[in-house]
Design a protein around this ligand. Structure first.
Ligand SMILES: [Fe+2]
Length: 176
């Protein structure tokens, strides 16, 4: 699926459905766009060697959603974070190890997160985060080659900036 058709599809999904269902519905269409080997220009697969890079590849003119390519250099680990807006993503190239977290039990430091599950996602895999909580995670490229993921976020990513509310402390769970 080319980018224009994908973005038209997302626009219709965001307009016609309750927001809680949108990330899952988008994830259902992501495999087709991930299969398009011509989706990204070479410069959209570049990053500095020591930090991940976000490339905006489509911004909805109504600010309903944004499509980004995120490049993860070898070995990079993101902060443990939650999100300002809904999110669906898929792996375009390489491997992403994602760890999901719960909030710590009541009475402990709010910013301590408890690892729940770690999974390796490979090219073609798609993921969506729950809306309105339960969206704490960490992204890690555990390989020695760069990885590229395609993210669809609610809102306009230029206006919103990094899609992060809080950064948490925690460890990874065992890989499943
Ligand atoms: Fe995230």
């Amino acid at each position: 699926m080319d980018l224009n058709r994908f973005c038209r599809t997302i626009g219709k999904l965001t307009a016609d459905n309750p927001v809680e269902t949108v990330p899952g519905l988008i994830a259902g269409h992501l495999p087709e766009v991930l299969a398009n080997g011509d989706l990204l220009a070479p410069e959209q697969k570049m990053s500095p060697p020591d930090s991940y890079e976000r490339h905006e590849i489509f911004l909805c003119p109504n600010d309903d959603f944004s499509v980004l390519a995120v490049v993860w250099p070898a070995g990079i680990v993101s902060p443990i974070h939650d999100h300002k807006t809904w999110c669906a993503f898929g792996v375009f190239e390489g491997v992403i190890r994602e760890t999901r977290y719960d909030h710590c039990p009541d009475g402990e430091d709010y910013l301590n997160a408890v690892p729940v599950e770690t999974k390796n996602w490979v090219s073609g895999d798609v993921v969506h985060l729950p809306v309105g909580g339960g969206d704490i995670h960490c992204m890690h490229n555990p390989t020695d080659r760069a990885a590229v993921s395609i993210h669809v976020y609610g809102g306009n990513s230029t206006k919103i900036g990094p899609n992060v509310v809080n950064v948490y402390k925690g460890t990874q769970a065992a890989t499943t």
